[in-house]
Design a protein around this ligand. Structure first.
Ligand code: MSP
Length: 657
């Protein structure tokens, strides 16, 4: 089964005994972009799925800190290479933290244990004649840091990888006898169909291996040309070639030559996730290196495609590099994770634009998922006393809904195995859409009006059950938002999420929802207005009827000081069920107010909200508690109260008016 398939066959799903997953280690010559984010998010989701299945999981990412790219970046800034590493690694670590990446370790190739392992391997291979010294004449591509022979080059000595000009170089260097493993590698790839995925990438490597004699690999750089690397233990005039050093991170990161038990537990890797740009290094250099070391070959190397920006390659010179932090600021971490994974079929390229991102955000997350949650919660609050009821007998509508959900469950599990997460997520969203259609079809409002309580209860229960299952299926993709869904359904936010087979085999296989009190939450995904779509319509002027209204002048209005205030704490006032005491942050000041909103909001719902405060109201004692101001609310015709809040991220203490 391969990701080139467009359908996922559920029966293919199988769980491994353990799961060791890696991302490439990223160069620290520059800050991370969405391409790096994609690989790491994909890895994180796969790791989370496996953990949720109780599969022992180790997820490794890190940084590649040696070599010319890093040395050059440091020179350009007038700092040492180590300073370049130490400042840039933080950019990656901060981004991974913000993106909720759950890596078990973060490896830096400048860390002493890694360097020691690389040197031990070099020494061992040298002693066993797998590494030898020779003169070498070749063509070197600086950006790719690769040597090529004449036959590898494109016309005019251009680099076959990036198409840029190469320079001719002759020097003495050390070589790894890669060429002698050519036949073995061809055979290995042919007999291990899961080794390189997708299949067309395996064919690419095979094509390369069969196109001519595989040369030996130059694994050293004379210090005179490049000093930033791991010194060869048998010749201090040289440092190790950055790729030879970098690939070893996959074993040094799990205890190779340091902790046998740990190494035995995790190696061979279940999957090295890589981008298609680094296929040869991973599918030719790495397996031959391991073969020479006598170490097992990883199970799978999965090469995904590239993110293009508006169909063009991302590049600093074009100025089209997308900063992941900006995208997170725009729509939140979970929405960004969702988009990157749902919009790319692993293996193929995909095109990123802010507009496609936000259009998909509005349609899938706001209109479909967010809307379903808000409909279910509101309905349960209004017609079901806020409690998820016991369901009555299922009818065709429920069986259809259950079929859509069951399909999403099976497809998601299979999609993890087949690397078609995009397809799995599409099926989950199809179940969400089925949920919205179900509500339209069963019309719970009408059922409530007609007093058909049993039927209404079934609809409320089933739509909540759908959301519960969706919150588990999409938890690895959007952990924060899915926890919010469970919280809204009355479940605990931090309840362990597991793909526990007995719990999640089928729609309604267990009933954990009936009897739970739902919680009203803010919109799960606030709608984003696409800039292009904002058109100012001419406003129709309507005659205002001011009769009987006590008009005030602007000077009167300006006497009222309205300020934004953040709710830090909230609690019920003793002896009454109407009042809440709120502790507020108003700029640098702290205030306490008492408000009659206890019947409309629980204290937890208010914490963190940015409200509007009448700040210059005379302090008053309400039920013995001092109130230093008043918050603004909108009052509905039925007496419902809704607090006025400030749209988006904003500071407290700002004036309103
Ligand atoms: N340091 C090497 C990898 C060594 S692994 C032993 C390297 N680093 S890199 O910083 O250039 O990052 C490469 C990886 O970033 C790619 O393989 C891919 O996973 C990801 N991406 C970089 N640009 C990308 C896109 N435009 N789109 C998707 N992912 C890409 O190579």
């Amino acid at each position: 089964m391969d990701n080139a398939d467009t359908t996922v066959k559920p029966e293919m799903f199988s769980l491994p005994d353990k799961y060791y997953l890696t991302t490439p280690i990223y160069y620290v010559n520059d800050k991370p972009h969405i391409g790096h984010s994609y690989t790491t998010i994909l890895g994180d989701i796969l790791a989370r799925y496996h953990r949720s299945e109780n599969v022992p999981t180790f997820f490794l990412t890190g940084t590649d800190e040696h070599g010319q790219k890093v040395q050059r970046a440091a020179e350009a800034k007038g700092i040492t290479p180590q300073e370049q590493c130490d400042t840039t690694v933080v950019r990656f670590q901060e981004l991974w933290k913000r993106l909720g990446i759950s890596n078990d370790d973060f490896i830096r190739t400048t860390q002493p244990n890694h360097k020691k392992v690389v040197q031990e391997i070099l020494q061992d291979l040298f002693e066993r004649g797998e590494i030898y010294k020779d003169h070498y004449k070749g063509y070197y591509c600086v950006p790719c840091e690769r040597f090529f022979t004449t036959k590898d080059l494109k016309e005019d000595r251009l680099c076959p990888e990036c198409g840029r000009e190469t320079s001719e170089i002759t020097e003495s260097n050390y070589f790894f006898r890669m060429g002698k493993y050519q036949d073995w590698l061809i055979e290995y790839i042919k007999t291990h169909p899961l080794f390189i995925r997708p299949v067309f990438r395996a064919n690419e490597t095979l094509g390369f291996l069969k196109s001519g004699k595989l040369g030996d690999l130059c694994i050293s750089r004379p210090k005179a040309r490049l000093s930033w690397g791991i010194e060869l233990p048998f010749d201090t005039d040289y440092v190790c070639y950055v790729w030879f050093d970098a690939l070893i991170n996959y074993i040094s990161g799990v205890g190779y030559r340091q902790d046998d038990e740990k190494f035995k537990k995790w190696w061979p890797a279940s999957c090295h996730l890589i981008g298609k740009d680094i296929l040869t290094t991973h599918t030719v250099y790495w397996p031959t290196m391991l073969k020479a070391m006598g170490v097992e070959i990883p199970q799978t190397i999965f090469a995904h495609g590239w993110w293009l920006i508006d169909d063009a390659k991302m590049s600093k010179s074009t100025g089209n590099v997308v900063n992941p932090m900006d995208m997170i600021d725009l729509a939140g971490v979970d929405a960004f994770r969702y988009f990157l994974i749902s919009a790319m079929t692993p293996g193929q390229d995909a095109s990123f634009s802010q507009e496609t991102f936000m259009t998909r955000y509005n349609s899938d997350l706001v209109n479909d998922l967010g809307n379903l949650l808000s409909r279910v919660i509101k309905m349960t609050l209004r017609v079901g006393d806020g409690v998820i009821p016991q369901h009555g007998e299922f009818q065709k509508a429920e069986y259809d809904l259950a079929a859509a959900v069951d399909n999403a469950i099976v497809t998601t599990s299979a999609a993890v195995d087949t690397m078609r997460l995009d397809y799995g997520m599409e099926q989950v969203m199809n179940a969400v859409r089925a949920g919205n259609r179900y509500l339209e079809q069963t019309a719970p409002w009408t059922l409530a009006k007609k007093g058909e309580t049993e039927r209404l209860n079934t609809v409320l229960y089933c739509s909540a059950e759908l959301l519960r299952i969706v919150s588990i299926l999409l938890d690895p993709v959007m952990p924060e938002k899915m926890a919010e869904i469970r919280y809204a359904l009355g479940l605990s936010k931090d309840q362990t999420v597991q793909f526990n087979v007995s719990e999640l085999r089928k729609f309604n296989s267990i009933n954990v929802l009936s009897g739970l009190k739902v919680r009203d939450i803010d919109a799960l995904f606030p709608r984003y207005v696409l800039p292009e779509k904002v058109k100012s319509k001419p406003v129709e002027m309507i005659e205002t009827n001011t009769e009987g209204v006590a008009l005030i002048g602007i000077e009167d209005f300006s006497k009222v000081q309205l300020l934004t205030a953040k709710v830090l704490e909230a609690a019920k006032v003793d002896g009454t069920d109407k009042l809440l005491r709120l502790n507020l942050e108003v700029g640098v000041e702290k205030r306490q107010i008492v408000s009659g909103i206890a019947r409309f909001y629980t204290p937890e719902q208010l914490i963190g909200k940015l409200i509007v405060l009448v700040a210059n109201l005379k302090p008053a004692k309400i039920r013995g508690v001092e109130s230093q101001g008043m918050l603004l609310c909108a009052k509905g015709a039925n007496g419902d109260l809704k607090i006025i809040t400030v749209d988006g991220e904003f500071s407290s203490g700002a004036s309103v008016g």
